[in-house]
Design a protein around this ligand. Structure first.
Ligand code: CAA
Length: 290
């Protein structure tokens, strides 16, 4: 047992840490996750695989689901055998947004007083890459959740939207901030002001999504990407993620300085030396995450 969630949900990872490949950690019932399914995948079980699993509510993002998701991400981030994470949903919905039924009775003083959905940002502290594999609807908070991941792959039937305006509200988990950075102001403004959906192809050409594949090939494609990333040095993975994220957060001069310093720092790692030696010796590099 590696952790106990703040909610008291017990997360048992030990059996999988000893396991050999595919193994479902939690599938509902007491003492396990109720809203997500968690496994390790990949030829060396090096990919943390999380599936949103509230099918009756199209994976809408209730408070409990977010708590469980944060626990699962933290556990994978701390697990030395895992080097990348895939987050997916079902064929019908990645996630249809924040849970509207849960939000409906809330008042201003409740949401402001509790800093409602602030815990969504916990996943931004995860250092390992998170790949969103989006099939079906990624709406509102579902689109925002995907955008908080590091890479988005989409099935060809995926649909993205920020429909909060149709509920008399606006995106609350980064939609008005990350979407313009991804697709530009005009398209983001149109999406946030109309709630209209865009297709996977449109999302790809706008820059929201890095690859579109047939829906039934999506999980395999995301897993393949995660496995390819997992072959790199974890030191370089951390540095690359941190540096690319700085392009989002910091002014160009600060981002460039951080990038230069992380580049310099990589010269202190064993894996940088191994990577360059392997190249000059015309052999495959053997990274040890050191
Ligand atoms: N919250 C709660 N329940 C939801 C939900 C949501 N976001 N989206 C879907 N559901 C529920 C439906 O209420 C329905 O439940 P019942 O069977 O109990 O009625 C079930 O999921 C299936 O949904 P539909 O019958 O509506 O399925 P559909 O195929 O006809 O339509 C849909 C699918 C277009 C996605 C439609 O469900 C829909 O428009 N959902 C809402 C999308 C939305 O507005 N998302 C933004 C939420 S606000 C937000 O996310 C704020 C933020 O920025 C953090």
């Amino acid at each position: 047992m590696l952790g106990i969630a703040r909610t008291g949900i017990r997360v048992t990872l030990a059996s999988v840490a000893r396991g050999n490949g595919l193994r479902q950690l939690c599938s509902g019932g007491s003492g396990s996750y109720k809203n997500i399914l968690v496994e390790k995948k990949g030829d060396k079980s090096q990919v943390g695989f999380v599936r949103l699993n509230r099918p009756k509510a199209l994976n809408s993002l209730c408070d409990d689901l977010l708590r469980e998701l944060n626990v699962a991400f933290r556990e994978f981030d701390a697990d030395p055998s895992v080097k990348a994470i895939v987050l997916t949903g079902s064929s019908k919905a990645f996630a249809a947004g924040a849970d509207i039924k849960e939000m409906q009775p809330k008042t201003y003083s409740t949401v402001f007083g509790t800093n409602f959905i602030n815990d969504w940002t916990e996943m931004l502290r995860i250092r390992k890459p998170i790949i969103a594999a989006v099939n079906g609807y990624a709406l509102g908070g579902g689109c925002e959740l995907a955008m908080m991941c590091d890479i988005i792959y989409a099935g060809d039937s995926a649909k993205f939207a920020q429909p909060e305006i149709r509920l008399g509200t606006i995106p609350g988990a980064g939609g008005t901030q990350r979407l313009p950075r991804a697709v530009g102001k005009s398209k983001a403004m149109e999406m946030c002001l109309t709630g209209d959906m865009i297709t996977a192809k449109e999302a790809e050409s706008a820059g929201l999504v890095s690859k579109v594949v047939p829906a039934d090939k999506l999980e395999a494609a995301a897993l393949d990407l995660a496995e390819r990333i997992s072959r790199m040095s974890l030191m370089a993975i951390y540095a690359a993620k941190e540096s690319v994220n700085a392009a989002y957060e910091a002014p160009l001069s600060q981002g460039l300085l951080l990038e230069r310093r992380l580049f310099h720092a990589s010269f202190g790692t064993r894996d940088r030396s191994e990577g360059m030696s392997a190249f000059t010796e015309k052999r495959a590099a053997e990274f040890k995450d050191e």
